[in-house]
Design a binder for this molecule. Sequence first.
Ligand code: ZN
Length: 505
Amino acid sequence: MRIAIGQLWQETNTFNPLPTTRADFEQFGVLRGPDLVERMADTNEPGGFIQSLRSWPEKPEIVGLVRLPAWPSGAATHETFLWLRQEMIEALSRALPVDAVLLALHGAMVAEGAPDVEGEVLHAVRQLIGPAIPLVATLDLHANVTRKMVESADALVLFHTAPHIDVFETGQRGAAVLRRILIDGVRPVAAFQKLPMVVPAERANTQEPASVSHGFRLRLQEMEANSHILAAGLATVQPWLDIPELGSAVVIVADDAEMARSACSQFAAGVWERRRDYLPQLVPVAEAVRQAHGITDGLVVLSDSADSTTSGAPGDSTHVLRELLKYDWPRPALVTLVAPEAVQEARRRGVGAEMTTALGGVRDRRFSQPITMTGQVAGLFDARFVLSGHLARNLPIDMGPSAVLRHGNVCVVVTSRTGPHFAPELFRAAGFDPFAASVLVAKSPCGFRAAYQQRAKQILLVKAPGCAPSDFWTYDYRNIPRPLWPWDEIAPWQPNPECSPAMAH
Ligand SMILES: [Zn+2]
């Protein structure tokens, strides 16, 4: 028995003006064939696939297709989309015949001329393998699930958690669903309901009992405990996608059409009912920094969600930095910035040198402006570490040559490339104990809580302009479907799930 596995991972933010290119994928680390199976065996969804498949008594042969990952950023160029699809299809063509395909996808990737990249890839895979070969895909909780995805795959298996701490486990769940189809002979039916709503990520913390998402996660997991339901997922979508099919979705995969439809309908109605509970309380940036300065013992985490590099923002907003520079801080005030030019200058000058440089406001010029800072080159380092927690388990990250620029106790951690600009591992690589800082700016709306919720004295959600704002509906969207909440008030609304027929296995 031969089972092919592959991965395409990028989350797109269409407000980010920086296009994602083939070079971004190659830099992050494309893996082909046996290298994929060897190098991904203990990390993220492919690791979950691999370890599960290896535990099957049938001992299937695991055939590595290709892993195509890039960090969240702007829409991919059209050539990049064509290349990605071709890479996956050519790898699969070479691997045939296979008995099944397992793909780890994000689900919110957009390219120029292709607003549903994963739908296109799944469709191309289905065309190649035909209806008889099972195809199971995993998706991020922020996927923009489309009809094309649902119709192309036998089953879509979504993360249940935000912060995303079940990435590896979602891979295991995907393999378990495949097993039900391939070994047990189950013929799955998917009920799919698009909801005319998009919600901010800040309060969607599935691990916090007070959050609306917590109850939804428990309910989804309870559904999956029913042997008739293979996968139950809620995708609350990445909001910063100006595309025609934008919207949240519920996908229930079961062995019985009526059960799938009724579970999907009921769950979707419940989510719609609670949509207002997702709206967060934001603190204007100047006020948030002022409040942080008033807290002298313990760590204050400022979530600059509008510049979240985990949400595909460029990571060079200066709004919070500008405010931090107005105060004296008793301990380090840590803020990150993607600024390769500043890193190069710091490296030329060397550790200990004073430098005056323009920082930020370059990768995105619409929402923030550069600021001139005089400071000392306090450190040079390579931002290379292994990420575990939100988004990853044992995932190698390399954000390139980096530097620390210091003005008083304001320490700007400047990296050459974007990446997890919230991770404790990044601050440690820069020489800091993040939990001993006065303030730490996390460029993440919710995922950062996996690391900081228990240890921060205070967490404040900052309201500042940027490419990944929490109040996204006040920004200019031109292509989204209307009416869509919270752009529009819609009442009443009733779910009416579509059921995709079972594939002819
Ligand atoms: Zn996500």
